[in-house]
Design a protein around this ligand. Structure first.
Ligand code: ZN
Length: 260
């Protein structure tokens, strides 16, 4: 892991995952709920857009420079700043900084939120599902449903033989074996410590379950995310290391993983 250097560009030589937000269900002081910048093959893609993410994005890329947005599902901790991003795009298109609407790849349900994803001439919705794959340059993205109360999609991202598996939000019934084994990077949520498992809401992993899933699929590196701001990082790390023997990273704003 390295701290992100906002001036550094990695658009052509690597597949890069940068954390813009990682907390849930709400951001801690100065924090942000989930959002990530995926860079590869000359493309810059915002993956999820939670509360506080937009103010972090500008350290790396301006909103009008994005090539696409992917939303794993339509819960507010992954969606809140997307509606502000719509305003940003609308304004910057009017000012001539961008010509085309920004494509957003997302599920369409719950319908209440799905029908608000396209926005005037600023943002265009492309519904996602399991039936096909998408390409952004040489990057290929496939999706599969996770266990979650609303349609939620993990993203299996492939680029020049390197693989990132973004687990989105997912409960323990998620079938991680649907993706190819041994991803180079597995970004998995571990929202609750095992001691609080009885209090958890449905469709979420404990840290222990995330670590066990990573071990089971042979993930070379686990980036543990979707962390409750009330826990100590030391306690999260200790629980994860008990069940996962690979390279463990705990998400924090600005951390960046580069696959070459
Ligand atoms: Zn979430």
């Amino acid at each position: 892991m390295e701290k992100g250097d906002p001036k550094e560009t990695s658009r052509r030589e690597s597949l890069t995952w940068t954390v813009l937000g990682y907390q849930s269900p709400y951001p801690g002081s100065g924090g942000a709920t989930p959002g990530y910048l995926l860079e590869g093959s000359g493309h810059r893609i915002l993956v999820d857009c939670g509360s506080g993410v937009l103010s972090q994005l500008g350290r790396y890329v301006q909103p009008w420079e994005l090539d696409a947005v992917w939303l794993s599902h339509l819960h507010h901790d992954h969606l809140a700043d997307f509606f502000v991003l719509q305003y940003a795009l609308q304004t910057e298109i009017r000012l001539g900084k961008r010509k085309q609407p920004l494509p957003v790849f997302a599920p369409t349900e719950p319908e209440r939120w799905g029908k608000q994803l396209s926005y005037r001439d600023a943002v265009r919705l492309h519904p996602i599902g399991e039936e096909r794959t998408w390409k952004h340059g040489e990057m290929q993205v496939a999706c599969f449903r996770t266990e979650h109360p609303v349609p939620c999609y993990a993203m299996d991202i492939q680029w020049r033989g390197k693989r990132i598996l973004y687990g989105a939000d997912a409960g323990p019934e998620t079938d991680w074996e649907r993706a190819d084994p041994e991803p180079d990077l597995f970004i998995c949520e571990g929202t609750f410590l095992d001691r609080d498992a009885s209090h958890r809401s449905s469709g979420h992993h404990t840290v222990k379950e995330a670590a066990e899933a990573a071990e089971r699929i042979g993930a070379r590196r686990l980036l543990l995310t979707h962390l409750y701001p009330g826990y100590s990082r030391r306690e999260i790390e200790a629980e994860a290391k008990t069940y996962y023997s690979g390279d463990l990273l705990l998400a924090e704003i600005g951390c960046r993983v580069r696959l070459i």
